[in-house]
Design a protein around this ligand. Structure first.
Ligand code: AMP
Ligand code: FES
Ligand code: ZN
Ligand code: ZN
Length: 378
């Protein structure tokens, strides 16, 4: 059957049940202003609007364009330079395609891939190759930062460190270990921000989608993490002149819609998830949210929109005035990036991790650092 290859790429968490339902809807006609009578191929989850392929693709593009314009994320023909954080996953691959569809020539775009050195399933090498090929297809200049080359440590090294803690029963160190994905996140954030600032980009776009945003919102709410809850939604409003605004044009497009958009437009992407993220407890929260969506259609978009419209401004005001009163911005004495202390948290973490690797070397006489696995040099 024509959809069999798609089932391979749509994982359970992509809500394949809803996808099946939408295939059943194919007996229906496109409801686009009652004027199009093509067979419907997809039903927009929050509005129940059944659309044909062309109108589904246009619906997604129109919603993305509306958000870009409403939030003034970036503007064509104004000499602005947009950096897209490209991971080779479906979200950033679709983002590249939509931005090139909306602004084929009138926007200066480049892409950056962070090579994190994850060897399982050839994850990092394959992701980088897919992202690079897709950028080549659109003539988008593609850059790579290899964390092993720049910092001597990659994510596989950090995973090995955790395994050593477990084997050696170093409970204190194990408790202090934040998790591979958390270190990965700070490698990505720090390097994307630094690269964008140093190269004069006016905005950085990432592929964050509605399903992931709603899940992290729920997670931060359950953890009562005020700092994360105070963060803005689709566009960051940084008060630091050293930080380039970060924008999320797919903020209100669900993971299922992105998967279907990629399918109908034949967009290549790496279907496998980061091997370390698979064990993440946050994945469970996503499944819960998708279940709620089954009987409260449109819940995800309504609660995310509502939060950023009503609650986030209140939390932000309270939180920001509290930290502003306590701290003022400096530049890190080690790397020159903005920080509220003397040394930024990225440099502090790097220093701590290097100390931990030395400790393993000295106490256990084993070297757990992997070889430099340079890939996609640019
Ligand atoms: P994730 O946190 O993995 O869901 O990724 C969210 C977004 O961050 C992606 O859509 C990309 O825009 C960006 N991103 C993730 N991983 C990388 C990477 N290795 N290099 C560059 N950008 C990335
Ligand atoms: Fe990079 Fe999990 S280690 S996202
Ligand atoms: Zn139609
Ligand atoms: Zn620093």
């Amino acid at each position: 059957m024509v959809f069999s290859s798609l089932f391979y790429t749509i994982s359970k968490r992509d809500k394949w049940k809803e996808f099946l339902e939408s295939i059943r809807n194919m007996g229906r006609k496109c409801k686009f202003f009652e004027t199009c009578h093509q067979p419907a191929v997809f039903q927009i989850p929050h509005s129940n609007l059944a659309l044909c392929k062309q109108h589904f693709l246009e619906n997604v593009e129109k919603r993305v364009r509306k958000l870009i314009e409403k939030k003034h994320m970036f503007h064509p023909n104004r000499g602005e330079k947009l950096l897209i954080a490209a991971s080779g996953g479906k979200d950033s691959q679709v983002l590249i395609s939509i931005i090139k569809t909306l602004y084929p020539k009138d926007l200066d775009i480049e892409a950056l891939y962070i090579e994190l050195g994850i060897k399982t399933d050839n994850y990092s090498l394959d992701s980088g190759k897919i992202a690079e090929d897709w950028c080549k297809h659109f003539d988008i200049p593609f850059h790579t930062i290899n964390v092993k080359k720049d910092y001597g440590i990659n994510i596989d090294d950090l995973h090995n460190l955790k395994e050593i803690y477990k084997k050696s029963n170093w409970q204190y160190d194990l408790q202090a270990f934040r998790g591979e994905c958390s270190y990965c996140g700070s490698f990505k954030r720090y390097n994307i921000n630094k690269f964008a600032y140093e190269r004069g980009f006016t905005a950085v776009a990432t592929g964050h989608n509605l399903t992931d945003e709603a899940t992290s919102l729920l997670n931060n709410f359950l953890n009562q993490n005020l700092m994360f809850l105070s963060r803005p939604g689709p566009k960051s409003k940084s008060e630091s002149k050293y930080l380039v605004p970060r924008v999320k044009p797919l903020f209100f497009i669900s993971e299922l819609e992105i998967t279907m958009y990629a399918y109908y437009k034949n967009i290549p992407y790496l279907p496998t998830e980061c091997p370390y993220a698979r064990q993440s407890p946050v994945n469970k929260l996503k499944e819960v949210l998708l279940e709620i969506e089954e009987y409260r259609k449109g819940n995800m978009i309504a609660y995310t929109r509502g939060f950023y419209k009503k609650l986030q401004p209140i939390i932000n005001e309270a939180y920001q005035s509290q930290i502003r009163a306590e701290q003022s911005e400096h530049l890190c004495t080690q790397c020159g990036r903005p920080t509220f202390g003397k040394i930024c948290s990225f440099c502090k973490t790097q220093r701590y991790l290097r100390k931990q690797f030395r400790k393993v070397d000295e106490k256990l006489h084993v070297s757990i650092l992997t070889q430099n696995n340079l890939s996609n040099p640019s």
